[in-house]
Design a protein around this ligand. Structure first.
Ligand code: G1P
Length: 297
């Protein structure tokens, strides 16, 4: 029997410099889409996929994340006193079962592969998921759940994959495809941030992974790759060299790159429009400004 995926790593050590000055004192994972921080979307997706242990790889200045997932006795008491049951219910999704969440410090910013490696002792010898909270995915069935279901059939390591325009491939990890099976591809190689014009395909890695513990073994070598960083992509590619299977999974859903300002704003609009209580107001406003824009041309 295949071991179930019950642990997920959330690499949240990044400085978020693209969002300065906002991220000077607030971790970028606390930035909100509508009324929920990015990290909440990631946690909800993990829960839906059956994850029971949540491992945060943090850095200096990320204390707000720990507080976010803690109880807030004074606030809760106040809401209870005022009979605000709905809000108390909303707060519940921010609470974790005791011991279900762990924080590990990445002391030096040596790359995504290094961040995942920092959590190796908590993973031990089990398959695990990695979620990059910058990649927010709106989907009827949450992306990681789609992947866990596929993984239960195939085993091996699996990355979320999405077609991107060729000129954007150099911003991603890119898959070399051995066999295309529709939803899934089997992978014969992976390149992190290929130089322009050298990408092996236009199928890019998006921030959801299900990995076997062997990948941690590859990370043990701590070899640096693209940008001088220890890359997770390289450790997964090493699996292929050792003849272990790696798959790309074309998820169903819309991905927003919330690591970029434009992607973040698009996600704000999309998640706003998805809320019944905001939809009418927001779409009327969008309609108006589009009309005004057209009139001004
Ligand atoms: C990371 C990964 C890259 C992946 C991307 C998806 O890169 O290293 O392989 O394609 O996330 O968002 P980053 O965006 O952190 O540079």
């Amino acid at each position: 029997m295949r071991k179930k995926v019950t642990k997920a790593i959330f690499p949240v050590a990044g400085l978020g410099t693209r969002f300065l000055p906002a991220t000077k004192s607030v971790p970028k994972e606390i930035m909100t889409l509508v009324d929920r921080p990015l990290i909440q979307y990631a946690i909800d997706e993990a829960r839906a996929a059956g994850i029971k242990e949540f491992i945060f790889v943090t850095s200096r200045g990320k204390g707000a994340l720990e507080d976010y997932f803690d109880h807030a006795p004074t606030l809760e008491q106040e809401l209870r006193k005022k009979g605000k049951d709905k809000l108390l219910e909303v707060l519940k999704s921010t609470n974790m079962e005791s011991g279900a969440i762990a924080y590990i410090r990445q002391h030096r910013a040596l790359g995504l592969g290094h961040a995942v490696w920092c959590a190796r002792r908590l993973i031990a010898n089990e398959p695990f998921a990695v979620i990059l909270p910058d990649d927010v995915i709106a989907a009827e069935k949450p992306c990681l759940q789609q992947m866990v279901e596929a993984y239960e059939e195939t085993g091996g390591s699996m990355v979320a994959a999405m077609e991107v325009p060729p000129e954007q491939a150099s911003s991603y990890g890119v898959l070399d495809v051995r066999e295309d099976m529709g939803n899934m591809v089997s992978v014969s190689g992976m390149v992190e941030k290929p130089k322009e014009g050298t990408a092996p395909s236009n199928l890019a890695v998006i921030g959801r992974y299900i990995l076997t513990p062997d990948v941690l073994g590859n990370l043990n070598k701590l070899k640096s790759g693209a940008g001088g960083e220890i890359q997770l992509t390289d450790a997964i590619a090493a699996e292929i060299d050792e003849e272990r299977p790696v798959y790309g999974y074309r998820f169903r859903g819309q991905r927003f790159d919330c690591g970029s300002k434009s992607g973040f704003l698009q996600a704000t609009i999309a998640f706003g429009l998805a809320r019944e209580e905001l939809r009418d107001d927001l779409s009327a406003y969008i309609h108006d400004i589009v009309q005004m824009g057209k009139a001004a041309q």
